[in-house]
Design a protein around this ligand. Structure first.
Ligand SMILES: Cc1cc2nc3c(=O)[nH]c(=O)nc-3n(C[C@H](O)[C@H](O)[C@H](O)COP(=O)(O)OP(=O)(O)OC[C@H]3O[C@@H](n4cnc5c(N)ncnc54)[C@H](O)[C@@H]3O)c2cc1C
Length: 282
């Protein structure tokens, strides 16, 4: 299919992008890598008046360590994040997740900011952001604001971004020597969106773990924390944590798998990811 007619504008700066978005009263969309947006337009799931291309906006493609955080600019391509030494060293969960996002051609164009802004419930990066207790930097007509990952993802493809906002960067705490991370997903073929996935972080204390954060994806309208399982993993043990997923997760049948299969897979993933977390502590 072909998209409905739309106008196109190349933003010269962040302020220019915000001004263009503001002029169109919710009928303009930010264009980043276009890997999801263009498909959405082609299928006529959306028909905006204007696309505001932010690819030439300076300063949105940096990866840097600042004040104990790793900041990843919105326009950092998945492929650049995958190759980044800073991310491999200081945000290893994101490095683990990157190869699972689509295929090389998609990772060459798709952006970190686009993936977080889209908030696909089966996507890897929103879950990583949640598991790391990260935050999102947003610029809009009222200025800049920072939103914690726990508050950013609101519902199905719904986030704290307003229609006139540009996501400028994400930030995650830089890994410390005691930081442990785990990542696993099930997908039908490598590169497909996951049926179910799990991103996790923790802090090692001797052979034990504390501050465990488990973020599942593909099991709800957003990536979700499995808080009862987190507590059980610290306090009671792995079997109790797997049992606690019954309270934490409420997957529904979808085109990929029914709810019972998703529940079963969620438990298997927890066992795999828990092994990754504790292997690093051994
Ligand atoms: C075949 C295929 C397989 C894929 N597989 C996976 C996968 O396994 N896992 C996965 O996570 N993704 C997958 N993707 C999606 C891919 O990761 C996209 O790149 C990503 O979801 C969106 O990034 P983008 O830069 O292309 O955003 P775009 O397509 O340009 O934009 C997506 C949405 O976000 C908004 N947006 C983008 N940037 C900003 C910003 N800075 N501020 C505010 N709003 C913004 C746009 O307006 C639009 O609504 C796949 C895509 C394809 C085509």
């Amino acid at each position: 299919m072909k998209p409905a007619a739309f106008a196109y504008a190349k933003a010269r700066s962040l302020d220019h992008a915000i001004e263009l978005l503001g002029r169109h009263d919710g009928q303009a969309r930010v264009l980043a890598g276009g890997q999801s947006l263009i498909a959405t337009l082609n299928m006529r799931l959306d028909a905006p008046d204007l696309l505001v291309d932010i690819n030439r906006v300076a300063g949105l493609d940096c990866i840097a360590r600042r004040n104990g955080y790793i900041e990843i600019g919105a326009l950092v391509r998945h492929a650049a994040a995958e190759r980044s030494d800073v991310i491999r060293r200081e945000a290893p969960l994101i490095a683990r997740a990157m190869p699972h996002i689509g295929h090389p051609a998609i990772r060459n164009r798709g952006t970190v900011g686009g993936s977080i802004a889209l908030a696909d419930p089966a996507a890897e990066l929103p879950a990583c952001l949640l598991a790391l207790g990260g935050e999102v930097e947003i610029a809009g007509a009222q200025g800049r604001r920072t939103v914690a990952a726990d508050a950013f993802f609101k519902g199905l493809f719904d986030t704290a971004l307003g229609s006139g906002d540009v996501l400028t960067a994400i930030r995650v705490p830089a890994a410390a020597p005691a930081t442990r991370t785990g990542f696993a997903e099930f997908s039908r073929r490598h590169g497909d969106y996951a049926l179910v996935g799990l991103a996790a972080s923790a802090t090692a204390e001797g052979r034990s773990l504390r501050d465990v954060r488990l973020a599942y994806f593909g099991v709800g309208a957003t990536a979700v924390r499995a808080r009862q399982a987190e507590a059980a993993l610290i306090g009671t043990g792995l079997d109790a944590a797997v049992a606690a997923l019954e309270q934490d997760l409420a997957p529904e049948d979808d085109v990929q798998a029914n709810a019972a299969v998703k529940r079963q897979l969620a438990g298997v993933l927890l066992r795999r990811v828990a092994a990754q977390l504790t292997e690093q502590s051994a």
